[in-house]
Design a protein around this ligand. Sequence first.
Ligand code: NDP
Length: 452
Amino acid sequence: MAAFDFELLVIGAGSGGVRASRMAAARGVKTAVVENRYLGGTCVNVGCVPKKLFVYASEYSEKFEEAAGFGVHGQLNAFEWPELRDNKSNEIKRLNGIYNNLLENSGVALLHGSATLVDAHTVRVGDTEYRAEKILIATGGWPSKPDIPGAEHGITSNEVFYLEEFPQRAVVIGGGYIAVEFAGIFNGLGADTHLLYRGEQILRGFDGDVRDFAAEQIINKGVSIHTHTDVKRIDKLEDGTLRCQLTNGDMMDADCVLFATGRTPMTDGLNLDTVGVETRSDGTISVDHFFRTSVPSIYALGDVIGTPQLTPVALAQAMKLVAHWYAGDQEPMSYDNIPTAVFCQPNIATVGLTEEEAVERYGDDLTVFESSFRPMKHTISGMPERSLMKLIVQTSTDLVVGAHMVGEDAGEIMQGLAVAVKAGATKAVFDSTIGIHPTAAEEFVTMRSPRS
Ligand code: NDP
């Protein structure tokens, strides 16, 4: 140990890196974390947190319409983008400070700068080399743009939180989480919003019924979804308009083009090749069940290793790894039943298998329960919004293997269901659970008739 400056040196102070370094330091491990940008990583700075604040903002305009049916009359007078943007930025600054205190108070040394691996135990930050018994790479991901002419005129989720002006016309490219969430944000805040997706239906990987139902709801809210459509060139006109040439031959003008076309692992400058850390063809770092890379003293976790790109996954990995190192945990991390939500309007949330995955795994040993209804609030609000709930049950065991929802607060509702699914609840347990009335969520315990 004497030859080392630290027992653990973590590269990247995002969700996974901060959690791992704090947990290790709390066990008395001499720990440092290197960060060259902002504390809290993507989630806190240009991801989950500011996105959710924008989602809240985008939901207000519709509330005025909904209220009228209840005899409450009012109207939206103004939306001041700079106010929203700057209030959000102040909140993020506050959170950065909290992260700083968390690290300081747990005794983690914070090293500002970019890290380069020198050898299996040495990291250079600026002009200083640090030796560590273990090195953990938790550098996350970075948005990627397709290589098309004029791509530089488009922005990514890194810039969208800091726009100088709010666009009147927004084009969003992609059909994943970020595209769908930001299409909802732009639309709710008043932009004429077009979502371009190259495939058949948005949200590949989600349950088929959920995708179709969500797309219908999103279109009803005012977003124009163009499937089988991509952008092949962007030109900036003199007045600042971004003219998009689409693959279907159409032109589309916008004030803002957002590429939400996926994220790539952030390994720039780490020097992985030289020290022998193996990567896969997509650039993610290969690790074993306990996050060890091809170099035994170097570990990696979070978005950079290609597991689901979700903050709670990185947090769980960090805690698993620290427990493995310092408390003898030999149980590999499970990636089953990870609940997740897309914060579009209405929300999508899910845990467990999609129907397509369940069919692949269990063939026709399945019973599907599905309910689509108009939420009580909208019987009076007059809004056309509908909800969908779906349970997928393995018939022979009665186990609920998948739960899906499209509807208001689906993200909030699904967290509790995820506990039930993870605990191995059967459909009989769902059926014997008393509902909370009147709620939308009670539908999950009252669905009795299988889908024919
Ligand atoms: P996703 O991987 O979810 O989606 C990328 C989308 O872009 C897909 O629809 C993909 O199409 C499309 N695409 C990829 N390359 C191109 C291209 N060259 N031209 C046109 N379209 C393209 O990535 P996101 O960027 O939306 O988000 C990254 C990750 O961040 C998510 O996977 C998720 O894990 C996480 N995230 C989680 C959130 C949450 O929990 N609420 C919110 C936001 C992000 P195709 O389907 O054909 O591949």
